[in-house]
Design a protein around this ligand. Structure first.
Ligand SMILES: *Cc1c(COP(=O)(O)O)cnc(C)c1O
Length: 367
């Protein structure tokens, strides 16, 4: 080709490993000719979309020839109603991964440091590396974040700290008291990105609401998504909430039409569908109990989770088990790329799906 394009890429991108998503059911169908596949690999809502959201998206299809509202006015109004957030504190994203990237783009220069924990969500290392910034990864404690270690890792070069609460893939979470003690000690010049992708699922009364903490901490950015409890992963909508100044910065780097018309309409509508959210949480509660009981009966170690998934230790390499589950039409998530080679992450599905997953897992483990 006459040119070494890899050498011309930025140093960050040269060393980048792309994110590996959960295996799509259609891909497994093509590869193995299987039908009746269940996918418990991407923490998607097993109920399917809310009928209210579906109707709103369908109605929005009539305007596919038009650019969407670049300001997302109506969705921001709905978010204000629902969460009490001022529209000028909201940045809309094409999924919350999009806003995570906007944050990196707005704040990170080569050589800046970013602190996050071992076993943290893989998007943080990717956007850190893509910005040619330096990752400072602290050791986990009981699979969760060690906030003392994270604080100790902060230097004058630290620009961002990433914390997912609850964390993916481990499901571990921080209490309000732990998080506030951390924020109280964090220099105000360091921005904490609190990724609350699974916050709706938490049932711990001491679980913090990041949106409530925004007034207290000017250096806090909270990210939320419509992909999980709200059941709109396929449409790609999420948002960041932060003070006006940070929000202004994020909107400077945001592409004007980053959220599609049907996505804006569906997200706005689904916020009104309380019954769907209630059904989602009830399904998750029952499924979580069922999966944890079943996994424990198999003698497996389950990490306590506040999300819509559980991470289970098999006490042996999980790769071959994952493969044998695939061959039997059950897709779960290997987490070896998180340095957890003996674990699998299983999303909570419908009762029949969880049951089949447990049965097939038992079959594979006892073979
Ligand atoms: C699923 C997930 C997200 C959400 O991604 P979207 O881009 O909003 O679909 C964000 N953070 C974590 C930790 C997640 O697991």
């Amino acid at each position: 080709m006459g040119c070494d394009f890899i050498a011309r890429a930025t140093p960050g991108v040269q060393g980048l490993q792309p994110y590996v998503p959960g295996k799509p059911a259609q891909e497994l169908e093509r590869e193995l000719g299987l039908t009746d596949i269940i996918k418990l690999a991407s923490n998607e809502n097993p109920l399917g979309p809310s009928p209210v959201a579906l109707a709103a998206a369908q109605q929005a299809l009539a305007e596919l020839h038009l650019y969407p509202d670049a300001s997302g006015y109506r969705l921001k109004q709905a978010l204000q109603q629902h969460y009490g957030l001022s529209p000028d504190c909201i940045t809309l994203g094409n999924g919350s991964n999009d806003v995570l990237e906007l944050i990196a783009r707005a704040f990170l220069r080569p050589g800046d440091e970013v602190v996050y924990s071992q076993y943290a969500f893989l998007v943080y290392p990717i956007i850190t590396q893509a910005s040619s910034a330096t990752a400072v990864v602290t050791e986990a404690r009981d699979w969760g974040h060690d906030l003392d270690a994270m604080l100790a890792a902060v230097t004058e070069r630290t620009r961002l700290v990433f914390i997912a609460n609850p964390n993916n893939p481990t499901g571990t979470w921080l209490s309000r008291a732990q998080l506030c003690a951390f924020m109280d000690a964090l220099p105000v010049s360091v921005v904490l990105v609190l990724d609350e992708a699974y916050t709706e699922y938490s049932e711990d009364p001491d679980f913090p609401d990041g949106l409530e903490l925004l007034a207290r901490y000017p250096n806090l950015v909270v990210t939320r998504t419509f992909s999980k409890a709200w059941g709109l992963a396929g449409l790609r909508v999420g948002f960041a909430a932060a003070n006006r100044e940070i929000t202004d910065l994020l909107n400077r780097v945001r592409q004007p039409f980053n959220v599609s018309g049907p996505a804006l309409a569906a997200a706005e509508a689904v916020l009104q569908d309380r019954a769907y959210l209630a059904r989602t949480l009830e399904t998750n509660r029952a499924g979580m109990r069922q999966l944890i009981d079943g996994l424990k009966r198999l003698g497996l170690a389950v990490i306590p989770s506040a999300g819509n998934f559980v991470c289970v230790g098999l006490g042996r390499p999980a790769g071959p088990v994952y493969q044998q589950l695939l061959e039997r039409g059950v897709i779960v998530r290997p987490v070896a790329n998180y340095q957890m080679p003996d674990h699998l992450r299983i999303s909570i599905g419908l009762l029949a799906q969880n049951l089949r997953c447990l049965q097939v897992l038992e079959e594979v483990l006892s073979a």
